[in-house]
Write a protein that binds this ligand. Structure first.
Ligand code: ADP
Ligand code: MG
Length: 472
């Protein structure tokens, strides 16, 4: 996760050799780089926890704590932090171990100034790109909102397009889609873009009204119409006159209420319970449901004639699982919203937390995402949301299923083959994103490349240079 837009690159250098530490600090210092130094590993780690630097340069051999141990703690704290290990003597074994444990690089002392400088330059560039990305994402978010609905997937653009087309003209619309996909938001958008936008928008949640009171709820009643009717009451249809009524969860209405609703839709007039007078109402009707009404018609739980009247114009909202490209945008949108709501300086989400969100299937759709991020924003103590802030059920590791036989019927016999197949499958599951795949598999990027038999040797990653033998 890149740092905030105006913060410089932060580097922590840890080395018990004070002279050498000073030298490193000099090499690293430049405009836009803030260097923190420490001769004690414990103190250095404290700085890491406090500053969440972009880069840590740490000596391999120090009294009290080895560089590898420090590396392990840093990787555990935030795998996005790049760690470069320094060692007095080059040894292939420890270099390999370091890279496997998540080090970005392994340099021998005395440090090659050029190599270290290149590393810092590369990081600065990445940070810059990250900031540019943030800025672009921000612009994208601004441009991807439609009447307070966020989305830029093809499926959502189609929904926006339909809403825009339908809004000026509709008398009745049916909104369908799983719970939490945004049907109510879509209904509000339809109202706001309709000529009745200055009129009232009234929602009736059909699943929440008791059967015996449903008629009064929708159409109102007159005083004395039934026990408890102590005065005249206006129903939602009258309340929404010259505006829009949303009949949410319309599939929950009883058959007898469905018959009454049909009559109102046909005549656009209502009768309060207990009153002989019919009143004209001018309302646009939006019905919403997460149910398959057609199926309900087949099972005689929904009137066919009402279904046809409602579904002449239908807008289907896609589940979040089918438009995961909207996920980063929605994350940003909600984090921004909750940051304002809770007055917290939240700047985003770590890459590994993002990976957890990306691989979840979101059965509760946008509402679930909103709840998850709402609680994460409330819980987090830092300025960035991390895995610990996410609910337990998201953190439980879903194992990627690997059987030893492949889909093509090949049998993988060696460990390398299985490792490679497993890696490729993980890579596929995250759309080819190697950074995410490495996180999913719990290995360093260098190791991922090694397994794949590719070369990703940034300057100085000597350890992986001669290790392409596992490629096939
Ligand atoms: N595209 C979207 N952009 C922003 N927020 C959304 C979007 N879709 C849904 N939400 C939010 O998710 C929650 C659930 O949406 P809602 O319209 O009530 O879903 P439904 O009626 O389909 O169950 C609401 O808080 C809503 O504001
Ligand atoms: Mg709803």
């Amino acid at each position: 996760m890149p740092a905030g837009p105006d913060s410089a690159l932060r580097v922590v250098a840890i080395d018990d050799d004070e002279q050498h530490l000073k030298f490193i600090a000099r090499v690293l210092s430049r405009e836009n780089v803030k260097v923190y130094t420490s001769t004690s590993p414990q103190e250095g780690l404290e700085q890491v926890y406090k500053e969440r630097p972009n880069l840590v340069v740490v000596d391999l051999v120090m009294p009290g704590m080895s560089g590898l141990e420090a590396l392990a703690r840093i990787v555990e704290f935030d795998p996005a932090i790049e760690v470069v290990l320094l060692t007095g003597q080059y040894s292939t074994e420890s270099a390999v171990e370091a890279i496997q444990k998540g080090a970005a690089d392994y340099l021998t002392k005395p440090v090659n100034v050029e190599k270290l400088e290149k590393r810092v330059e590369a990081l600065l560039l990445e940070l810059h790109k990250g900031q540019r990305c943030l800025q672009l994402e921000h612009e994208l978010l601004e441009n991807s909102q439609f009447a307070s609905m966020v989305g830029h997937s093809a499926a959502m653009l189609e929904v926006f397009h339909r809403i825009r087309r339908v809004a000026p003209h509709f008398r009745t619309v049916l909104l369908t889609g799983e719970t939490g996909v945004g049907k109510e938001l879509a209904a509000q958008a339809l109202h706001r873009l309709s000529p009745a936008c200055s009129g009232p928008f009234v929602t009736c949640n059909c699943s929440a009204v008791v059967e015996t009171l449903a008629e009064s709820e929708l159409f109102g009643h007159v005083k004395g119409a039934f026990t408890g009717a102590v005065q005249d009451r206006v129903g939602v249809f009258e309340a929404a006159n010259r505006g829009t009524v949303l009949l949410d969860e319309v599939g929950e209405l009883s058959l007898s209420m469905q018959a009454k609703l049909l009559r109102v839709l046909q005549n656009r007039e209502i009768q309060r319970v207990g009153s002989p007078v019919a009143r004209q109402v001018e309302v646009r009707v939006i019905a919403a449901t997460h149910r398959d009404l057609k199926e309900m018609v087949k099972n005689q739980r929904f009137r066919e004639d009402l279904f046809y009247r409602l579904s002449m114009v239908q807008i289907k909202l896609p589940p979040l699982a089918q438009r995961k490209e909207d996920l980063p945008l929605l994350e940003r949108y909600f984090i921004k919203r909750f940051a304002e709501q809770y007055s917290k300086p939240l700047r985003g989400i770590t890459r590994r937390a993002d990976v957890l969100l990306a691989r979840h299937s979101w059965p509760g759709n946008v509402r679930e995402l909103e709840n998850v991020l709402g609680s994460a924003c409330m819980m987090t103590e830092g300025d960035i949301i991390d895995v610990d802030d996410l609910p337990e059920y998201l953190r439980e590791r879903q194992e990627v299923d690997v059987s030893v036989g492949t889909q093509d019927g090949d049998v993988l016999s060696t460990l390398e083959e299985v490792e490679r197949a497993h890696t490729l499958r993980a890579l596929q599951s995250v759309g080819g994103n190697k950074v995410r795949a490495a996180e999913l598999l719990g290995v360093s990027r260098a190791k991922l490349y090694r397994i794949l038999g590719e070369c990703d040797t940034p300057e100085g990653t000597t350890a992986s240079g001669d290790r392409s033998e596992s490629s096939d």
